[in-house]
Design a protein around this ligand. Structure first.
Ligand SMILES: C[C@@H](N)C(=O)N[C@H](C)C(=O)O
Ligand SMILES: [Zn+2]
Length: 245
């Protein structure tokens, strides 16, 4: 189930993982995965609000760009650094929730049903791989899930919630709609994508909220847009605990 971007070579530049200056941004609170009991403590992590140094600088640049166009607006941080243990927890949680919403019991589904639901989950969540060659994007400190708030701190409506397992999550889902609300959702998604891309990020192909700079997905997407296949990942898995395989 390896994805094409995961074949991209990684040469980690060993930039530190540093705390995001949260006072500069809006923040989803309480943190959505901590609220669910995600096991950050297993990996010696006190908070999800870490990123590589240059990724933070680029996020600040994206917000400066946003505020030059929309004074008083802010980037809202939903999630940032995610240890592999938390990635596993969220994949298991999302699988269980998907069964629940379809009124399916884990013990009563066929292996084909299980496989089909897992494939849906993995359209949106990366594999919780401990292999250093295929790190989940958020475990590198290069990926971030974000949305926008306006000058009154109201969350901008993007037409679907972050993490929804549905085609509504695709960045261009509302692109061709003539419905005025859906047209607005698309415009809002474009504001977000524009400011992030202008600061050097790449956007996940299935998720309007997921952006990264310097990881395998970023290098792979950049190579798709430019000739020469010259980009490799600058960031591999970052771990606060040193002795893991
Ligand atoms: C589903 C979302 N929160 C997310 O972060 N997806 C990416 C692809 C990931 O799991 O790395
Ligand atoms: Zn993400």
């Amino acid at each position: 189930m390896i994805k094409p971007y995961q074949k991209t070579p990684i040469q980690d530049c060993h930039q530190p993982l540093v705390k995001i200056p949260l006072e500069k941004f809006a923040v989803e609170s309480p943190h959505p995965y901590q609220k669910l009991g995600a096991p950050y403590h297993l990996s010696g992590v006190d908070s999800p609000y870490y990123l590589r140094q240059e990724v933070i600088e680029r996020l600040i640049a994206a917000q400066t760009q946003l505020q030059s166009r929309y004074p008083g607006w802010n980037i809202l941080i939903f999630d940032a650094y995610r240890p592999v243990e938390v990635q596993q927890f969220m994949v298991d949680y999302t699988f269980a929730e998907t069964l629940k919403t379809r009124q399916l019991k884990p013990d009563l589904i066929t292996s084909e049903q299980r496989q089909a639901i897992l494939e849906e989950v993995y359209q949106f969540w990366a594999l919780p791989s401990l292999d250093p060659a295929t790190p989940p994007p958020h475990s590198t400190g290069a990926a971030i899930d974000v949305t926008l708030v306006n000058h009154t701190e109201k969350i901008i409506d993007m037409g679907s919630p972050i993490d929804e397992i549905s085609p509504r999550s695709y960045p261009n889902h509302f692109a061709k709609s003539d419905h005025p609300d859906e047209h607005k959702y698309h415009q809002n998604r474009q504001i977000l994508a524009d400011i992030m891309i202008s600061a050097g990020f790449q956007q996940h192909q299935n998720e309007w909220w997921h952006f990264s700079y310097g990881d395998q997905m970023w290098a792979w997407l950049t190579n798709q847009q430019e000739t020469g296949n010259k980009y490799i990942a600058k960031y591999g898995r970052f771990s606060f605990v040193s002795s893991r395989s």
